[in-house]
Design a protein around this ligand. Sequence first.
Ligand code: SF4
Ligand code: SF4
Length: 340
Amino acid sequence: MHVAKFWKRSGKVVQCYLCSRKCQITEGKTGFCRVRQNIGGKLFSLNYGRLTAINIDPIQKKPFFHFAPGSNTFSISTVGCNFMCKFCCNAELSQLWKEVEGEEWTPAQVVKSAKEAGCSGLCYTYVEPTMFFEFAADCAALANKAGLYNCWVTNGYTSPEAIKAISRHLDAAVVDFKASGNPKAYAQLSSVTDVQPIYDALLAYKKNKIFIEVTNLLIPQYGESLADMRKLCRWIVDNLGPDTPLHIIRFFPSYKLQLPSPDLKLLESAYEIAYNEGLRFVYLGNIAGHKYESTYCPGCGRLLIERYGIMVKKIDLSKDFRCPACKTKIPIAGTRWIKQ
Ligand code: SF4
Ligand code: SF4
């Protein structure tokens, strides 16, 4: 157990503001995520250093396509989540666990293992990384000192205060949307009644100069329409900029949501909408072998980074990350960690 960050006390009740649920937690109880407990008027993180998943992944799998392409990342997770998505692929870790479990690790062991495995950085992932914020922050500080990057994959519910605090060490974030941000779908599928904090978090990442990629899991059966998709794309262009990579992810039946996947035509229509709204780097995900997994030059259309599924097959960029044909600058962050 570890004293948590981001809480205040009012009498015997503690309010946690690590994420935008802002739980009021009475003595002895835990918040919505079940990994933060009020003990004697103090808030504790119950899952500090209790790792339940450790993997070496290509960074494209997260998916980061414009950050340190080709590098391997040391991915870690604990139990706990602040959403209850019916389609969660990691439900064992996010929701189905009974007691906090996991092997005990220290930040120094994580960083040492990542280096020994030849990874270029750490990724906090599989469940919402904010749920193990204190451990992630301690790992991130050490990782930066050791020359490794830090990135995370998030549902966007981290509070702006927590984003500001982690920004010293966090290099990049993938922010996941579900059903194009449709509020009804969020309420029905993820137990989330207010989607505004996700947009606020994106603005906080931008303000704190953290590199952002966005994903959108397309679930058309849940009130989502291509009009929602258009609205989301417009918001990204207007607020984060047209160079923000957007990954349109094909839904597959999973956990409690046993529905058919959207057909390819719908995904390709969503791709066209994103592109027509002005996003310059749009990708289709969960369709291995599709041409829209690769990066094309927005200037002349040349194939620049060829991918197959989660693998980078070829990078064809000049040393200063321009298209070799028309010299258009391609936004790539984390260039010091690129492995070709
Ligand atoms: S981190 Fe957990 S306890 Fe804190 S506000 Fe979010 S759900 Fe509630
Ligand atoms: S936010 Fe992600 S990890 Fe959490 S329940 Fe939803 S899909 Fe699972």
